[in-house]
Design a protein around this ligand. Structure first.
Ligand code: IMP
Length: 420
């Protein structure tokens, strides 16, 4: 299960829904840059790092090897959940996942400031610097905390590099590796130790036992480091292939790939966005859809749903079906639109141009539909969908070339329609 746009598609809601039939829910990339909101019996839970399956007593939430884990944040999130009566004892963290430590966050913020007008608009959670350390073989893994000597040595090596950047490039004070080690070992290790697991072994034991394992993507296809609108992307691979590397399974184990798409599109942070709206329609999407980051509180940029992107996402991820979220946000619109192609230098193109300058120039070509002007939040049966809403969804599926299997009509766990 993964996002097909620029994130914030409402993935948490459908992960929570699908987790009802899964024995394990595995996060495979990203970190606490994610913000997944789940609403259960009118109560809202905002998760950043813990997999969405945590709210069911029967699922094992696994933070996979591809995730970057801030141990302070993980413990805080677990404490918040435990305070609200959620059993957090089943959570497992891969010993191979990499740590985000405070200096990664400091570097993230400094890099952004350094970029000035060219900044990416990151969440400043230290995601990029932690993955950079991983790629440079300077990263520190969750398992390293289990051996104090190794942990201290690795912190010395990693900070040997980071401190040069902090002091010589950014003119900041160095971080003392031993002080940081003391803090992490005292404040985090006792809480994290019981969670550390051989996630690969546990995931494969579940698969071999015929259990249902759900892989939960954070961020989305067009924020993917390889396939997104680079450099305005995150530093991991939210696309379906990322589930294999970030959880340690081969592609043959993945038999259903659900792409989550909002009935319109939003984007936070900088980067190209062909269907972006700067008018009343966009403001209404933001107001009605409450399009402000769960994580950073930033206003999301709104736009009409883009089938060119969806077709591309379908290819990149081998999507088997689509789940559409927030259809109800468009309930009061007189007309609704789907972008079916781009006009670039006078020509209509229907596939996403590889050359990003073309995407910057793209003018959307729209198919327009009458709105349904009905409160969808009250509908519980697919057959009660107004004809205009059905027409819009059918056109979206046809344009995306992927069938729609689920449609969400409100934030609550029960507010969804299942298509056969
Ligand atoms: P980073 O992941 O914090 O490095 O941010 C890189 C880009 O990804 C920025 O444009 C962020 O706004 C965006 N981003 C990261 N996580 C999310 C998310 O969960 N939802 C939407 N956008 C995100």
């Amino acid at each position: 299960m993964l996002g097909t746009q620029w994130g914030d598609e409402g993935k948490g809601k459908f992960t929570d829904l699908l987790a009802a039939d899964a024995s394990m829910v595995v996060r495979y990339q990203g970190g606490h840059n994610a913000g997944h909101t789940l609403v259960v019996d009118g109560e809202s839970f905002a998760l950043q790092l813990v997999p969405s399956g945590v709210l069911y007593p029967h699922t094992i939430p696994v933070i996979g090897n591809g995730v970057v884990v801030d141990p302070f944040v993980l413990l805080k999130e677990m404490a918040m959940l435990a305070d609200r009566g959620v059993d957090v004892s089943r959570i497992k963290v891969s010993g191979n996942a990499h740590l985000i430590l405070p200096y990664h966050q400091q570097l993230d913020a400094l890099h952004e400031r350094h970029l000035g007008d060219a900044k990416l608009g990151t969440t400043k959670r230290g995601i990029g610097p932690a993955y950079a350390d991983k790629s440079m073989r300077l990263g520190i893994r969750v398992q390293d905390m289990l051996d104090e000597k190794i942990f201290r040595e690795k912190l010395h090596t990693s900070l040997g590099h980071a401190n040069k950047i902090l002091t010589k490039v950014f003119n900041r004070l160095p971080v003392d590796p031993d002080e940081l080690a003391d803090r992490v070992l005292a404040e985090c290790l006792p809480g994290i130790r019981p969670l550390i697991a051989d996630s690969i072994n546990e995931i494969h034991a579940a698969l071999e036992d015929g259990q249902n394992v759900l892989f939960e993507g954070a961020q989305a296809t067009f924020l993917d480091l390889d396939h997104g609108t680079y450099p305005f992307v995150t530093s991991s691979n939210p696309t379906a292939g990322g589930a294999c590397t970030g959880a340690g399974v081969g592609p043959k184990h993945i038999d259903r790939i659900i792409g989550i798409a909002k009935a319109y599109v939003t984007r936070v942070g900088a980067g190209p966005f062909p269907t972006e709206l700067f008018d009343d329609d966009g403001d209404r999407m933001v107001d009605i859809g409450r399009e402000y980051g769960t994580n950073t509180g930033r206003r999301r940029r709104p736009g009409w749903v883009d089938a060119v992107m969806l077709r591309h996402a379908a290819r990149l991820n081998s999507l088997t079906d689509l789940a559409i979220t927030k259809l109800d946000v468009l309930d009061t619109f007189d007309t609704v639109k789907i972008c079916t192609g781009y006009r670039i230098d006078g020509e209509i193109v229907e596939t996403l141009p590889y050359h990003q300058s073309q995407i910057h120039k793209a003018e959307p070509v729209y198919q327009e539909f009458d709105g349904w002007k009905t409160d969808l939040t009250q509908i519980t049966d697919v057959n009660e969908l107004p004809a205009n809403a059905r027409t819009f969804l059918d056109a979206l599926a046809e344009q995306a070339r992927v069938p729609i299997s689920l449609v969400s009509t409100g934030p609550g766990r029960k507010q969804f329609l299942e298509f056969s």
